[in-house]
Design a protein around this ligand. Structure first.
Ligand code: GAR
Length: 196
């Protein structure tokens, strides 16, 4: 089966949804959860599921992204993943690193791409008066939050929405979408998964 590494920075709820999906006859299995943040809540959740964890703290590298990524690369190579899932991983990756893993690296982003690349996606969707919002899983390319779309899920924006309320509604869909895309991707099927 395909070897999956999951990169996180925070609570890791998407990571949990991916880990918990990889059971039974699933075409992939988790081999590593890696965080740039030693305090990431997701690390304990991975350990509780008997998945190997590693931390590559970005802070000692003081903005030297290539050096940080060399350490990241070394850790990844030890676990030889076939697929890397970025799941709330909040470091921007350089073109060189992305190119090394291109075609093997996925990301989940909390907007209906190509709308709202970057941060504060939910506030921007509300501010724009959008009737719907959602999330996207895409292949990672050198451009931030770009690359072929592998799946989307949509939710309504409600009249009295706040960014937090909308984020919670979208997150429920993220937890459905990412496992659905990973399963299909691990089977070698790149057709997008479109959830209602
Ligand atoms: C998720 O909503 C994910 O889409 C978003 O961060 C959250 C992580 O939550 N990712 C980005 O904003 C990427 N730029 P989680 O740690 O509970 O999965």
């Amino acid at each position: 089966s395909k070897r999956v590494a999951i990169l996180i920075s925070g609570s890791g709820s998407n990571m949990v949804s991916l880990l918990d999906s990889m059971t039974g006859d699933h075409p992939a299995r988790p081999v590593l959860v890696l965080s740039n943040n030693p305090q990431a809540g997701g690390l304990e959740k991975a350990r509780a599921r008997d998945v190997a964890t590693a931390v590559v703290d970005h802070r000692p590298f003081k903005g030297d992204r290539p050096a940080f990524e060399a350490a990241l690369q070394a850790e990844l190579e030890r676990h030889a993943p076939d697929i890397i899932c970025l799941a709330g991983f909040m470091r921007v990756l350089t073109a060189g690193f992305v190119q090394h893993w291109q075609g093997r690296m996925l990301n989940i982003h909390p907007s209906l791409l190509p709308k709202y690349k970057g941060l504060n996606t939910h506030a921007r969707a509300i501010e724009a008066g959008d009737a719907e919002a959602g999330c996207t899983v895409h292949e990672v390319t050198a451009e931030l939050d770009d690359g072929p779309i592998l799946g989307q899920a949509r939710v309504p924006v409600l009249p009295d929405d706040t960014p937090d309320l909308l984020a919670k509604r979208v997150l429920v869909q993220e937890h459905r979408l990412y496992p659905a895309v990973l399963r299909r991707y691990a089977e070698g099927d790149r057709r997008p998964v479109m959830l209602p």
